[in-house]
Design a protein around this ligand. Structure first.
Ligand SMILES: C[S@@+](CC[C@H](N)C(=O)[O-])C[C@H]1O[C@@H](n2cnc3c(N)ncnc32)[C@H](O)[C@@H]1O
Length: 181
């Protein structure tokens, strides 16, 4: 599957969501989204986290701040399909086949209560179980299922370090400039 994937994180609250929003951005990056747009308070926290991670572990994702409604409408006009992750949505397995055929997918995740309009604007309202849990978990499971595990081997360009997987301890390789492709 060669789709472009972006994430829209709705309703970031600077007092409550610092870690959760940053973790949504980290999951989106690690699993291969090309961008995350953050709606709500503009505190620059996720931007800073991702900047540091991109510099060290490789260029992976762009972070922007924008209002959710205009973003959804603009993206829809440009042909993006919206997948809203919600415990009220239809089962993941039901819509995946259709979603996998799309080339531009925006994944919408909430924080506080999501306005009813989002359910109407979305092309799919999808649940990852019908139990309440977390936007980070929902995003990770959805992307993993969507990409059938291929995201696990994603390579990141211009990394300064590379982790060498090992069963015990930590092995980190510092990359010389010429290997930072
Ligand atoms: C802490 S939950 C808040 C749920 C909130 N009560 C609501 O009305 O949507 C934050 C976000 O996590 C995601 N989420 C939580 N449970 C989910 C589930 N079972 N399936 C899909 N997404 C889920 C949704 O994107 C949701 O907006």
């Amino acid at each position: 599957m060669n789709a472009k994937i972006r994430v829209l994180r709705f309703g970031h609250r600077k007092k409550r969501d610092i870690r959760v929003t940053s973790h949504c951005a980290l999951v989106a990056r690690a699993f291969g989204a090309e961008g995350i747009i953050i709606d709500g308070d503009n505190d620059g926290i996720a931007e800073n986290t991702i900047k540091r991670v991109n510099e060290r572990f490789g260029q992976g994702i762009e972070v922007r701040h924008a209002a959710w409604k205009k973003t959804l409408k603009d993206y829809k006009k440009k042909g993006w399909k919206i997948v809203h992750l919600t415990m009220y949505g239809e089962e993941l397995g039901k819509s995946l086949g259709k979603i996998r055929k799309e080339k531009k997918i925006m994944i919408f995740v909430g924080a506080e209560k999501v306005p009813g309009e989002v359910y109407k604007l979305s092309d799919w309202n999808v649940s990852v179980t019908n139990q309440p849990h977390s936007e980070i978990a929902a995003l990770a499971v959805f992307m993993h299922e969507l990409l059938k595990g291929k995201e696990l081997g994603k390579k990141f360009r211009k990394a300064k370090v590379r982790i060498l997987p090992t069963a015990r301890g930590k092995k980190v390789q510092r990359l010389e400039k010429q290997f930072q492709v």
